[in-house]
Design a protein around this ligand. Sequence first.
Ligand SMILES: Nc1ncnc2c1ncn2[C@@H]1O[C@H](COP(=O)(O)OP(=O)(O)OP(=O)(O)O)[C@@H](O)[C@H]1O
Ligand SMILES: [Mg+2]
Length: 399
Amino acid sequence: MIIAAISQSQQILDNIRQFLTESDINHPFFHNSNAENPHKILTINGDIHQVPAVAEQEHPDLLLLESSVNETSELQVLGNVTARFPSLGIIMLCSIQSPERLIEAMRVGVREALPTPPSRESLLSAVERFQQRIKQASMPIGKGKVLAFVPCKGGSGATFLATNLAYILAAQENKRVALIDFNLQLGDAALFLSDSKSSISIADVTRQIHRLDGAFLASSMIHILPNLGILPAPNEPEKATEIKPEHVNPLLQVAINNYDYVILDISRRMDAVSIQALDKAHTIFPVLQQTLPFIRDAKRLITIFHSLGYRDNKLQVIVNRHDRNSEITLDDIENTLRVPVFKSIPNNFSVVDESVNHGVPVFKLAPRSPIAKALLEISGELNQSTKDQGRWLKKLFAH
Ligand SMILES: Nc1ncnc2c1ncn2[C@@H]1O[C@H](COP(=O)(O)OP(=O)(O)OP(=O)(O)O)[C@@H](O)[C@H]1O
Ligand SMILES: [Mg+2]
């Protein structure tokens, strides 16, 4: 990426160069550059009037412009440049501006305004956000796969698996992932991946379902990563009743149009809303553990799924907290349920406990742990089967 910084202050230019070149592997900005492909940083002593020449001569991807913009005519200089170079991103560094001035700046293509002098963190984060936007824009629009996780009994680990798989599909496989918490009464999915609470929830989206599009959906989510958003359950359980079965299809359709994977955390209490969601799922993962009470409830749930017309190839049973030494084996479970076990996930108390208590995904906390490896394997397989299906479809239409 070519980044040009323009300022009349040599001190600010020196700081910007230092922030952007002093590599720090902990900051995601530096993940996209390496010795063969370093970011190119240009620093130019000047003001807004240098922008047209810099854009013409250097073709930067991103311009960091430190300039007070007092006149609308000055902003017009930027407008002319962004009209000629529409992919150029501009981040302004300026002292507090009026909201009207900021809106004017956005209109001529400025993406963000940071206070000056910028701190290292604010600058790196803004540049990283821009980088992510370019990355996402270059990804083709796909038809998302809907994966639903349902606990056969309370505490099976469905939410843990749904959230952590969502994270791996986004962080490792680079997919666009939406996670929707359909535990409408007491949903807690967001807390498995972050410690931040949101006041916006699925209820706010369904209330305005006729306005719903990709941008509205994205703006209602908690973003754990730029390509991983969670639509949380309402904080107030009474709002759960506002979500009606007829909201589910439009919501999921918008999600499918805008994400590669739409992951649903479903409550084990079957009702009209969850059935609508399960109908739309490509794959349902009933999650159970290796003891009799779980197996009994799994059997009941699978009977319900069969009566809803879900074929066995839509059901992929996951045995969580698997212990090889247990009296009950995977074969016993398959024989009782009469459906194959898709995967078993090891019991990994220390890592999972720390992850859940701090809201940090296991893949981030302990990428080499047995649990992270098991989840990586599943995400790899899911991706492979999506690719295989794509190839199969292409073949079908090739003749
Ligand atoms: N593989 C695992 N190893 C160790 N502990 C686990 C594992 N999976 C889940 N747990 C623990 O089990 C707890 C319950 O998991 P989770 O909340 O995901 O269950 P659930 O199936 O979603 O239940 P609910 O019906 O409450 O929604 C988690 O908080 C976590 O501490
Ligand atoms: Mg749950």
